[in-house]
Unconditional design. Structure first.
Length: 77
């Protein structure tokens, strides 16, 4: 996954159904992993462009991780 200059990248909040633990930390690179009380996990991070985001979502799909929501967060300028 390619992360870039924060001025050019879009930040996303991705909510997944599964409870992801520290085993995923290395794979997630610069994304923050935020466990939720209901067993879901929020992944928070930036992607250089739509293909980078799509590639990450494809990897989640391949791991059979269920994506509930994807929300783009407006970067403060």
């Amino acid at each position: 996954m390619e992360l870039s200059n924060p001025e050019r990248a879009n930040t996303y909040r991705i909510r997944v159904k599964e409870s992801l633990d520290n085993r995923f930390t290395d794979w997630l690179e610069n994304l923050s992993l935020i466990p939720q009380e209901n067993g879901e996990t929020i992944l928070l991070g930036s992607f250089t462009d739509q293909p980078a985001l799509r590639g990450f979502l494809d990897q989640l799909w391949n791991l059979n991780i269920t994506v509930i929501t994807i929300e783009r967060i407006e970067n403060e300028s």
